[in-house]
Design a binder for this molecule. Structure first.
Ligand code: BG6
Length: 477
């Protein structure tokens, strides 16, 4: 077993999904505070109330032995309107969170933007095709770098920018379920990538001791069978889903294989002079990536895609996600019967993290931090305060085993922050779909959550992960 000595064992969360306190102390509204909810699911208003429990939560992470805690800053807590007036209470809150982390020997890994765009920005600018959105992002980054340069040594630019685009033909994250125009979407992607590069330049200038990288959702496509056409589909999938974003970030260009796909879909990216140069010279220090499962794919001929049925569909179903990942002209995802389907609908493939970490190492030669990975499903709080989540332990154990072999094979992994450090609200399935090592006692009822004590309980996985960390990944029993 070969985890490096200073390996960053930890866990992840995001502001909208864990903090609550949606209208506390001057915070502005975000698009997640007003997004339509799936039936029976709680809102993000109270979440796990990390806003009022952060000391206790970070102490529990310290007890587990965390070396790193990944969380995001709520843009609207710092800048209630996304730009303009600063909210001192927001800055103070995160200062206190950083202080608690350091007190417990935990390195904060801070995501600058994890889906919860300030509502005022969306109302003013619509989307990222208005350059003022990217400017607002870079300005927000500057405020963070200036205020937190002594507190934060690891920054993440965006969470899953690639999924906002790749799955973004229907805007699930904004929650509007409105069909989006593909040309518009890819031009937004380009502008986000330029803004990201500007933010990285700025970070290197203002925080010379800090490291900064992205946090896309990266996986590997397996060809459905031994037909070379499906191997090509897998390569194309990798270019569209992963390399489009990471090649731009690391090398300052887009994969040429996508030109045909862009032509077929009427996509013309409006590149301005200096855009690629700005990307090419920004030099990220590491790559963070979320990885939950593989894509298994086959070639698919071109046909005009009709996604209108999705506007009224159930975005929790696997068929919904599968439809969104259909890319006529190059690739389509199919079921992989080698892996069993879990209660969350995903087929658990412990290998994909190893395969993906090796591929990223070969392509980019940069240190890697797994910023998300995990197993979401309901848990039961027993009357004696225990939570027996052996299914989660099994999932993490197999994943960590594969990571360790991957490191032996040369994968440059330096940290593992599974989703999630503590129970939080799922993007589409409320609080009942739980991922954490720490159980938060609340249900889907927002009215009750408003007053709830939200007591914390240590799950079985809490004790197991503590042992894993103490043995630096050697004791997985
Ligand atoms: C990741 C997101 O894609 O998946 C998280 O970055 C999200 O925000 C996680 O919570 C799990 O997905 P879900 O839909 O179960 O919450």
């Amino acid at each position: 077993m070969s985890f490096p000595k200073n390996f960053f064992w930890g866990g992840s969360s995001s502001s909208a999904q864990v903090e609550g306190g949606y209208d506390c102390d001057g915070k502005g509204l975000t698009i997640w505070d007003v997004r339509p909810l799936n039936p029976g699911c709680c809102s993000f208003h109270y979440a796990s109330d990390f806003y009022h429990h952060y000391k206790e939560d970070i102490a529990l992470m310290g007890e587990m032995g965390f070396k790193m805690f990944r969380f995001s800053i709520s843009w609207a807590r710092i800048l209630p309107n996304g730009e303009g007036e600063l909210n001192q209470a927001g800055l103070d809150f995160y200062k206190n969170v950083f202080h608690e982390c350091h007190k417990h020997g935990i390195e904060p890994l801070v995501t600058i933007f994890h889906f919860d765009l300030p509502l005022a920005l969306q109302q003013k600018y619509g989307n990222w095709n208005d350059c003022r959105m990217g400017d607002a992002y870079v300005n927000y980054c500057r405020i963070l770098f200036e205020n937190f340069k002594d507190d934060v040594h690891y920054w993440l630019t965006y969470n899953e920018q690639n999924m906002l685009i790749y799955y973004g033909a229907v805007d699930m994250v904004g929650g509007t379920m409105k069909l989006q125009n593909m040309n518009d979407l890819y031009n937004q992607a380009h502008k986000q990538l330029v803004a990201q590069a500007k933010a990285i330049h700025l970070c290197h200038e203002l925080c010379p001791n800090a490291m900064i990288g992205p946090a896309p959702n990266i996986t590997t496509a397996y060809p459905a069978n031994n037909d070379p056409i499906n191997y090509l589909a897998a390569l194309n999938n990798d270019d569209l889903r992963n390399n489009f974003y990471l090649d731009a970030l690391v090398y300052g260009h887009y994969p040429a294989s996508l030109n045909h796909y862009f032509e077929q879909n009427g996509i013309h990216i409006d590149v301005q002079e200096g855009d690629f140069e700005c990307m090419r010279t920004c030099h990220p220090d590491f790559i963070g990536f979320n990885c939950y499962g593989n894509d298994t794919v086959e070639h698919c001929d071109y046909y005009p895609l009709d996604l209108s049925e999705l506007e009224h569909g159930d975005n929790r179903s696997m068929s919904y996600l599968q439809k969104l990942s259909e890319k006529p002209g190059i690739v389509k995802t199919v079921n992989n019967d080698k892996f069993l389907q879990g209660e969350d609908g995903h087929r658990f493939d412990p290998y994909c993290i190893r395969v993906t970490a090796r591929r990223l190492t070969d392509r980019y030669h940069l240190p890697l931090i797994i910023t998300e990975n995990g197993y979401g499903r309901p848990d039961t709080l027993e009357t004696d305060g225990t939570v027996h989540d052996s299914y989660r332990i099994e999932h993490l154990r197999e994943t960590i085993r594969q990571m360790s072999i991957g490191i032996d094979e040369g994968a440059m992994l330096i940290g593992y922050c599974p989703w999630s450090a503590i129970d939080l609200v799922s993007t589409r399935e409320g609080i009942s779909k739980r991922y954490g090592f720490i159980y938060v006692d609340r249900d889907e009822d927002d009215e009750k959550a408003k007053q709830a004590e939200m007591k914390r309980y240590r799950k079985d996985s809490f004790y197991w992960y503590k042992k894993v960390i103490a043995s630096n990944g050697n004791d997985l029993d």
